[in-house]
Design a protein around this ligand. Sequence first.
Ligand code: SF4
Length: 1006
Amino acid sequence: MEKNRRNFLFATTVLAAGGAVAGYNKTLSTALSMSRNGQAAKDPIYGNNQKIEGKVATTFSKNPDVIIRNGVCNGCTTNCGMRIKIDKKSGKVLRAYGNPYNPLSSDPWLPYNTPVEESFSLLGKDSKLAHLHRATACARGNMVFDKQYAKNRVLKPLKRVGKRGEDRWEEISIEQLIKEVTQGGNLFGEGDVEGLASIRDLQTPISPNDPKSGPKANGLCVLGTGDDGRKAYMVHRFVKSFGTQNYSGHTAICGLSMRSGEAVYLGDTNKYPHLKPDFENCEYLLTIGTAPAQAGNPFKRQAKLLAQARTERDLTCVVVAPMLTNADSIASGDKTQWIPVKPGGDLAFVMGLLQVIIEQNLFNASYLKTPSQEAQKALDEASYTNATHLVIQNEESFGQILRDEKEPLVLDEEDNKLKPCSLVKQATLFVDTQLEINGKSLHVKSSMQLLKESALKESLETYANESGISKEKIIQTAHEFTSHGRKATVDCHGGTMHTTGFYTTYAIMMLGAMVGNLNYKGGMSAGGGRYKDFKGKKYNLVAFPGKVKTHGYRIDRARMAYEKTTEFAQKKAAGQNPYPAKDTWYPLTNALESEMIFNSAKKYPYKLSALISWNANFVYGQSGSEHLIPLLKDPQASIPLFIAIDPFINETSRFADYIVPDSVMYETWGVTAPWAAYQTKTNTVRFPTVKAPQATFESGEPITMDSFVIELGKALKLPGFGKKAIKANDGSFYALDRPQDFYIRAFENIALDGNPVPDCSDEEITLAGLDLYIDTLKEICGDNWRKTAYVMARGGRFEAKEDGYKKEKLAHPYKGVINVYNEALGNTKHSLTSERFSGVPTFYKARFSQGKLLEEVYPKSAYPLLAFSYKSNVLSQATISSLGLEEIRPATYIDINPKTAQNFGLAHGDMIRLSSAGGKVEGMLRLRHGVYPDCIAIEHGKGRDAEGAIDVQIGKNVISGIPLKKAGVNINKLGLEDISRELATLSDFVIGSNARQAIPVKIERV
Ligand code: SF4
């Protein structure tokens, strides 16, 4: 650690202690008089209260000094619908709280036709419904909007001065920025840089020797983050108009192991559907590597539902994690259990559960025997699996499911005959047999048989040793879980981000198949869906004349099997063994942010020409990202042109050539929907609730991602921008010149979907603070303007709570087949080792991509501890520019079990250094009984190197960094390289998700 930083950490410790003594008298007197800056507060106890929203007598009478509008919080990726209180005079946000119409902020939420006036008046103190509908923000959501006013915010377009990463910038006009990035040239006195106009070539192959790589336009890569409601706009309007294959969000460094395991379980690696428990009605929740009430998505909603379920119902919540978090609760007594698990030991634990469930016949046999949708209907089931489908074991067709021309074949349990699955109600579950078909002998096993063999591959002792959970506990948990039938549920998230995280999630989800819980009330749900927004009744906003059908390899080598590449074909044609490939390919993964910069540097499959990062911060968020920094610093190494669209200069955008300002929090347009854990159709709309403070285009439009993309698109003469860019379903055309041309039409689509919403009254328009938008609404929506206003006045459109269920089933079920065996997975080979992946969940030890075990390379004798990160209930990657949150959580610590600390001769408060083979971090040791022995736990969100933490020079001004932002520890600096690959960080060996958990480390006192 550099000396300054160390001194700072010492200084904060001493200051904190000193403050407790020397500053106490003053603090006490200040507190007692509630005075600030020498001015006595209005109330000696309650201080200076904010302006009230209004008064409730019999009806609500709004305070004319404030405006209340709907907005969307994105203090985390939950995107809760909020109500924002704005000071009319200053136009500043005073406070944010939940929108009572929105399921992410209130449960039960208000019936959609509740008048806006009533939505306020029933919150008055005399209302019996006040507590029921009081919509809230979480601790983070209460504060995080102050980042809109952060002094380190980028308000004007910036161009770097000096070398990349020197933190020196000059302000330029947006017109100059667009001209330079479009036309290129000798932009920095370092030689010619190719501009976007030349990169956007849809004819010339990007790799002259390999036409399969696609056109030169693939040389642009766009990296976003979580979807804040604008992803569809960026992807469909810009990325697909430019014609590049290369867009990625942040999933690879966030929860891709979980997403991919769920996608394979549901048999859809295209759309990546997402599963969550029906928290409200489940009886047993096994939550592994995630912690509702501590973190996760939807954070606020699931925390509330969990609290209700444990207090008002009999939910048993079992938290399997290496650390005791807020997901456990002493108040809920034995309704909560914490099962401590070794970091990365979750796969062994779950394979142990599957073994017990299968061996002891604890599964729902009749459900698993249901082989088709037809049988599902006939038996009144809510879902079905392919447990009885037959998988060919003969070498030439190994791994394929046995089918006729139309559908899989199964053995009818009644007569043991082979039949199309649609004609069979109950098929034989365990099959391992030879079949004679068309004179050919076929060895087949059923999916369930393969799962059984896989679960029994290791002994229960091995699973116990690997997980750190006793055999008895595994057996007990398997019995408890299955005793709740379809109301037993599972959940997982970031804890599975290790080298075998994909199979871990697949195995966790498989527990649900054992009890048959998908689409049942109290079981698992893929969510309630959304109203038709971007592709709706009046407009298809994601289609436009000239939209490019992109093609070719992606830079991350995702969505492509190695066996389909030119490299494979050429090696075969030359009579060579095609394995290993030059590097990994990921056919079942949809995007890998963590591979893109490295792959460009390796020129495999090609080199990028430009990167647009949009609020992305992989340098902070990717485990092992220190290895990216030299590549970002040198324009020749990986990214010749780097444009960041970002309201802040973060750890990633500080290496950009240009920075384009963007909107923050309540200044932003968008349409969002919850991820999961909701059963009803839900759309939240966001529009600029407060005025954006940044520079504008000549038109007066604030510079944001949305407006920048329009003007850049016009400069590049891309289809889908300017005149006649939006086509209505009746064949008429409209211009896309401003973000509202797009987003308000999406709101209109939502308003018109199904039974259109009513018209909004003048009174509601005023109460919801929408007067400002009337002219724009009339101009864009014509006769529908009041319907669109109705949606905006309620912050979106929300189906009634009671419409989420049909008796004991979900009203919006997932319609696909559950893959007990995933055929695509079972037919995929590792591109380096040529090993065939298991098509069912199976146990692997932590490994490098090529198969070498981590424990062989980093033995416990050299690296005695395993480090893991846990998500904060206050901080997130998006919160560092909030000063309010800085005050609440000024630092993070290195957490360790007291006995482990004692074994190393360490004490609470010691300054210590952790070292892995990938890097070092230093911080203060904190003893916590709730940490698994021989482990290190680190809260995510602090230890920052940018975004207000360091000095930045803009022109002649230096914006001083706030040293407190550096306080704490960023675990990702310990991240490992994959030693079995050239220039790559450690990742899941099947899916490529960034392995940031279970890092072997050593510890020493500084
Ligand atoms: S959970 Fe909290 S921080 Fe996250 S979006 Fe909702 S209110 Fe904001």
